[in-house]
Design a binder for this molecule. Structure first.
Ligand code: GLA
Length: 397
């Protein structure tokens, strides 16, 4: 009897221990599961998908990479030109719409140029006469904008195929685009190894980080040429958007849009965007500079230079409530109001892009810097790394 009781005691103890261990493993598993599902939830929300966008005349396939964050913000990038084809962000009611101009088909990107959404290189904006010298040696570039060189030439970085590496982390997604521009390509000296990394995180920020190295002294000025229309409706102009540009001066241009070298105070001119102002407010006032640009097409001299990432500009569309803030470490920003759009290019989803249906905020060094010694230098030497970053942060109010 005693031994029976003892056995029973022993069996109950074993049972208790088994139940306890099972409970423990269950609860441990539950924590592990919830951690896992959090990660899964996060990575499920943050995801990259790919699809074929079209084929080049050579037969080469072009891929579209679609990055989506947990708020449903989406950026689509193709390996041709590193072009941002779509950028979908929520409005004040949560409606997610596309806020960048672009085309539905690859063929339309192959016909030059409005540079919709593209990476611009080696040199963003104009170089006078398509000529510059380094250490007394003169280099000749394509004159693809009247007598001037524009946006890297006939086949700039906007028209080449980039190698793409997608990156998925817990809190962000990235696309690393690489391209090596050969020595004397488009007339520029040095083999230039370029890496442009687009990053999308859950704060609705799209970051563009640029890096380049060379094996021979050269000039570099990379930028991103997205045309924004925060209304999400490409049949509307951007004239009602409000813009702030954090700059006390801008660079007046000659009749071929080359900076004259003067740093002009914006005070008392239509170029004063130090406090947020409706784009259309003074765009048609009588002003030689506005006439030359056919509107705004100038580089602003940003305040707080050489001080890391600074707020360069803010754009706000009161109707949709969308806000875009631009942060950069560059000294300049080209504010271009889509003055050359003329209703001939096909819009995504139908219709055409009329004049001023998009604006660009191209962070960069000043135009024609290789020929204007008082401008910050754009020279890159072997052993140095060109490094710059710009972020576009979206919110609503
Ligand atoms: C830049 C230039 C403009 C125009 C556009 C592309 O913003 O400053 O003059 O060339 O690119 O059309």
């Amino acid at each position: 009897m005693n031994s029976f009781k003892q056995n029973l005691k022993y069996i109950s103890l074993v049972c208790l221990a088994v139940v306890f261990t099972q409970c423990k493993t269950k609860s441990e598993k539950a924590t592990a599961n919830s951690e896992q599902s959090e990660i899964q939830e996060n990575t499920e929300a943050l995801h990259i998908s790919t699809s074929e966008f079209g084929k080049l005349p050579s037969g080469e396939k072009i891929t579209k990479y679609q990055l989506t964050n947990k708020h449903g913000m989406e950026v689509a990038i193709i390996n041709y030109g590193g072009v941002i084809t779509n950028l979908k962000v929520p409005d004040k009611n949560g409606a997610i719409e596309d806020v960048v101009l672009g085309f539905d088909s690859l063929e339309d990107y192959l016909i030059p140029p409005p540079y919709f959404g593209a990476i611009i290189g080696r040199y963003g904006n104009r170089i006078t006469g398509g000529k510059f010298a380094i250490d007394g040696e003169e280099y000749t570039l394509a004159q693809n904008d009247g007598k001037n060189h524009l946006h890297g030439g006939n086949k700039g970085f906007d028209k080449v195929v980039w190698e793409v590496k997608p990156i998925q982390e817990k809190d962000y997604l990235a696309l690393q685009l690489s391209y090596t521009s050969k020595d004397m390509e488009e007339g520029y000296p040095g083999n230039l190894k370029t890496i442009v990394t687009y990053t999308l995180d859950n704060t609705n920020t799209l970051k563009v980080a640029y890096e380049a190295t060379t094996d021979k002294k050269t000039v570099v000025n990379l930028t991103q040429h997205s045309y924004f229309n925060l209304s999400g409706d490409f049949s509307k102009t951007i004239l009602d958007h409000q813009i702030m540009i954090n700059a006390d001066a801008f660079l007046p241009v000659d009749s071929s849009l080359i900076p004259t070298g003067e740093f002009k105070d914006v005070a008392g001119t239509p170029f004063d965007f130090r406090s947020s102002k409706v784009i259309g407010k003074e765009i048609n006032t009588e002003n030689e500079q506005l006439e030359r640009g056919l509107g705004y097409d100038h580089c602003w001299v940003l305040n707080n230079q050489n001080n890391g990432q600074q707020l360069a500009a803010t754009a706000y569309d009161p109707e949709s409530g969308r806000i875009m803030e631009v942060f950069t470490d560059e000294p300049g920003i080209q504010f271009y109001t889509g003055n050359f759009l003329d209703g001939t290019l096909p819009a995504k989803g139908g219709g055409t892009y009329a004049k001023r249906t998009g604006f660009c905020l191209e962070t960069q060094h000043y135009p024609d810097s290789p020929n204007q010694k008082e401008f910050p230098s754009v020279e890159l030497k072997p052993g140095e790394t060109y490094k710059t970053e710009t972020s576009f942060k979206f919110s609503t109010k």
